[in-house]
Design a protein around this ligand. Structure first.
Ligand SMILES: Nc1ncnc2c1ncn2[C@@H]1O[C@H](COP(=O)(O)OP(=O)(O)OP(=O)(O)O)[C@@H](O)[C@H]1O
Length: 297
């Protein structure tokens, strides 16, 4: 569906993304994750033909992303939505449908996005932030696209709208659509994505299923606050079951192959610890490990 080969994008002499190589397979739900400034939006903009790569090639449906034939088969929901404020939701939906050769039937579009009769009559300028997100979602679907991009789609949505949104994404997948999204809510990526591409400093550092990434990047760990000399905590590193001791602010993270045995040792040694947590490997932890400044001994 889409392919990047050796793609680099330079802004003012600085590389925003560097040598990207990956492809997106049909029918897959892919999450693109990474901390702020990692290069996610730049990558999506290149896939949408909004930015040209400095070097390398970006192909969508085996063509240049800017081709009309490609754009007609793509739907995108980006962070900023600009629509004509004076038009009603209904008018905007119909206008957008008219841009495409085979748009989604109007009734279907309304059903999928859940607009009520009252909402359809509202002018765009009068919509709440959540309703605007829903309108952006509807516009992404207007052309009945094969490939959909969602840039942080659930920002500003309440819990109900969020779960409704993901339910709809599931339905779209069942219809054979290919979906790429970015999010800062890692739990969403873990729950929804079949594949995660993890960006850091403009490069892809992990690519796999959520389960693969968690098992590669996370270790079992016991974390706690400690009120004594920190040397006593770092001494745990000498145990064969401990692989790493990390100080992260006022908490310590002790990575271990055996959390039960480590807990027994903590109590035997009577270390002054509080607020103990046992981590069994979450995507959140995998992500944090990459972005948190670590003091490792
Ligand atoms: N138009 C631009 N001009 C100059 N630098 C840019 C431009 N767009 C992005 N950058 C830089 O490129 C890098 C990657 O930015 P990008 O927006 O792709 O990151 P991101 O992963 O989408 O971040 P976020 O999670 O904050 O949206 C950053 O260092 C950013 O400052």
């Amino acid at each position: 569906m889409a392919e990047l080969k050796g793609v680099t994008k330079v802004f003012k002499g600085k590389k925003a993304v560097d040598d990207l190589n990956f492809s997106i397979r049909k029918g897959e739900i892919t999450a693109i994750l990474g901390p702020n400034g990692a290069g996610k939006s730049t990558t999506i903009k290149m896939l949408l033909g909004l930015l040209e790569p400095s070097t390398g090639s970006v192909r969508v449906f085996n063509q240049k992303p800017k081709e009309k034939k490609v754009l007609e088969r793509i739907g995108a929901m980006l962070q900023e939505v600009s629509v004509i404020d004076a038009l009603t939701v209904k008018e905007i939906l119909q206008l957008f449908r008219s841009y495409y050769p085979k748009p989604l039937p109007y009734e279907e579009l309304v059903t999928i996005t859940g607009f009520t009769k009252e909402e359809l009559k509202k002018r765009a300028e009068k919509l709440s932030a959540g309703q605007k997100r829903r309108l952006a979602f509807a516009l992404a679907l207007a052309g009945d696209p094969d490939l959909l991009f969602f840039d942080e789609p659930t920002v500003g949505m309440d819990v109900t709208s969020r779960s409704l949104f993901w339910k709809t994404i599931d339905d779209l997948k069942a219809r054979g659509k290919t979906i790429i999204f970015t999010t800062h809510y890692l739990q969403e990526a873990d729950d929804v994505a079949e594949r995660i591409i993890l960006f850091h400093n403009g490069a892809v550092i992990e690519d796999g299923t959520p389960a693969e990434i968690k098992s590669r990047l996370t270790k079992k760990a016991v974390t706690f606050k400690h009120f004594g000399q920190k040397e006593a905590v770092f001494a745990l590193k000498k145990l064969p079951i401990v692989s790493k001791v990390i100080a992260n602010g006022d908490r310590f993270i002790v990575e271990t192959s055996d959390t039960d045995a480590l807990l027994r040792i903590l109590f035997e040694r009577q270390l002054p610890v509080k607020e103990i947590d046992i981590e069994q490997g979450r995507l959140e932890d995998a992500f944090e490990r990459l972005t948190v400044k670590e003091e490792v001994i």
